[in-house]
Design a protein around this ligand. Structure first.
Ligand code: NAD
Length: 512
């Protein structure tokens, strides 16, 4: 287990951590882009930023790498991903700590993020022998019809700060076994973890040998302009973009305009329904993690609690107590459950949402800034629970901070309408002991989200399932199940071994 971070020397800690993973210290100073840690709010490195011209050159190299990589048999491509998983196992503590340093996650969540990368590598290794197509009954004698799946080309991955490395791995592990190369633009708020992962990937590539081309994975650093250069490049057939709905509204149409394929993983405004028969002890623990964990900065964070009126008074006061007693502080210190918000903008957005909630008749518990005297440039907050008279105003929006809006319901239909009554459609839960309620919630007339859970919170997905959501969450699916198909193109092949030429649908077209 790595030692906890010493907040008096975060820049030095950064260099040491990254050097252990293979990143040259010279790459961490002298550049024009500041990499900050939300733990203290200070810049811990100055790195190079990539221009649109750089991106064009990098995509060219990635395309070249793809033309070689696609000829390597898929199970061998899986071997490269297996080696990447091994590097991640060896460097799990270091990378987990760097996630804490750069994204502010508590130690177990930083490590959990790396574990998720290891899990998807394992999944992708198995998948590399299972990129199955169908054989299909043909109506013509002496013919065979089948589908084959082929690599797409360069996959552009744009990622968000809050899962700085795991979301990349959901995409990249699949993209590599499917025969593609990857250009990754991490969030400008979390470039260091991406540089570390790139270095680990290069270690795996070196072990794999010459059949893995040099530019199979490249990282481009910069803000949205750098991402836009990737989005507009016609040599990038797939853009997988994770971030806010605002970002998706810009990226989706631009990719569509050039007939590219996009996988959009956007914002969530996730709800949980607590039914009259719910196990309240279990619900309380699940709600606390889902709503306060990661300082409310997960796409799947619980933001709306729709509580049956008969259990409201038994549950909500206990929850308010948990909110006031939770330990907030340096994310790598023992006992801390809530680390910092990513930056000042996040803090201000939280305060604006709380003001709007008060104006809409809400009663706010918590929400104050803490530790400002010790870390004036960092933004630690008491998580906020807001009792709302109705689902209005800020409740309808995703505010990327730990705010839980609590409301009451009488009938399940009403609760499901509330649950579905927002623009986003990522994750959802119901707490109930009623089979009928659970089944209704997960049926066609229940939750309209990409994830619908029973008796667990909406956050903390496993990689085995397809991850993503509907409506303004963008419709993309990543990670498990058959999400790999998004990184491949499907060809339908009909092979005639009959010696005759019967046309489909009985069409006659005989020429002399
Ligand atoms: P963001 O939208 O500010 O940035 C995300 C990424 O998109 C960054 O790399 C950014 O540089 C890039 N970007 C922004 N505008 C762009 C443009 N016009 N063209 C190209 N690239 C552009 O999001 P954030 O603050 O980093 O992350 C928080 C948001 O991400 C929340 O809304 C959260 O719900 C969402 N999120 C969704 C998922 C999911 O799987 N659905 C996962 C994690 C985060």
């Amino acid at each position: 287990m790595a030692a906890p971070l010493d907040t008096r020397r975060l820049p030095e800690e950064t260099i040491e951590l990254m050097a252990r993973m293979g990143v040259e210290p010279s790459r961490l100073s002298g550049g024009s882009m500041a990499a900050k840690s939300p733990i203290t709010g200070e810049a811990v490195a100055q790195i190079n930023e990539h221009s649109a011209d750089d991106v064009a050159k990098i995509v060219g190299k990635a395309h070249e790498a793809f033309t070689t990589w696609r000829t390597v048999p898929a199970p061998q491509r899986g071997e490269l991903v297996r080696l990447l998983g091994e590097e991640l196992r060896v460097h799990k503590d270091d990378l987990g700590l760097l996630v804490s340093l750069e994204a502010g996650k508590i130690t177990s969540e930083g490590l959990g993020e790396v574990q998720e990368m290891i899990d998807i590598c394992d999944f992708a290794v198995g998948l590399s022998r299972q990129l199955y197509g169908l054989t299909i009954a043909t109506e013509r004698p002496g013919h065979r019809m089948m589908e084959t799946w082929h690599p797409m080309g360069v996959i552009g991955v744009i990622s968000a700060f809050n899962f700085p490395v795991a979301v990349w791995s959901w995409n990249a592990a699949l993209a590599f076994v499917c025969g593609n190369s990857v250009v990754w633009k991490p969030s400008e708020k979390s470039p260091l973890t991406a540089m570390a992962v790139e270095a680990l990937f290069q270690k795996a590539r070196a072990k794999f040998g010459a059949d893995a081309p040099e530019n199979l994975l490249q990282v481009v650093n910069g803000a949205r302009e750098t991402g836009a250069a990737l989005v507009d490049d016609t040599r990038v057939p797939v853009i997988s973009a994770t971030g806010s709905t605002r970002m998706g509204q810009q990226v989706g149409p631009r990719v569509a305009q050039r007939f590219g394929r996009s996988i959009l993983e956007l914002g969530g405004n996730n709800a949980a329904i607590v039914g009259a028969s719910a196990d309240l002890d279990l619900a309380l623990r699940a709600i606390a993690f889902a709503a306060m964990g990661t300082a409310g900065q997960r796409c799947t964070t619980l933001r709306r609690l729709i509580t049956h009126e008969s259990v409201y008074d038994a549950l909500i006061p206990r929850l308010i107590k948990a909110y006031s007693s939770v330990q907030i502080g340096i994310p790598t210190e023992e006992g801390t459950l809530i680390g910092p918000l990513i930056d000042k903008d996040a803090y201000e957005a939280m305060q604006q949402a709380l003001a709007a909630a008060r104006a809409a008749g809400g009663t706010v518990h918590g929400g104050e800034r803490v530790l400002a005297d010790v870390y004036p440039d960092a933004y630690y907050v008491q998580p906020a629970l807001v009792e709302m008279p109705a689902q209005t105003g800020p409740v309808l929006e995703e505010t990327f901070a730990p705010i839980l809006y609590v409301m009451r319901f009488k009938e399940l239909d009403e609760a499901i309408d509330m649950q579905n009554g927002v623009a986003a459609g990522l994750s959802s839960s119901i707490f109930t002991s009623s089979l009928a309620e659970a089944e209704t919630f997960t049926s066609a007339v229940g939750s309209d989200c990409g994830i619908a859970n029973v008796n667990i919170g909406p956050s903390g997905a496993e990689i085995g399932g397809a991850f993503g959501g509907e409506k303004e969450t963008g419709g993309g699916r990543e990670a498990g199940s058959d999400a790999w198909k998004a990184y491949m193109r499907r060809a339908t092949n009909t092979i005639n071994y009959s010696g005759a030429l019967p046309l489909a649908q009985g069409v006659k077209f005989d020429v002399e």
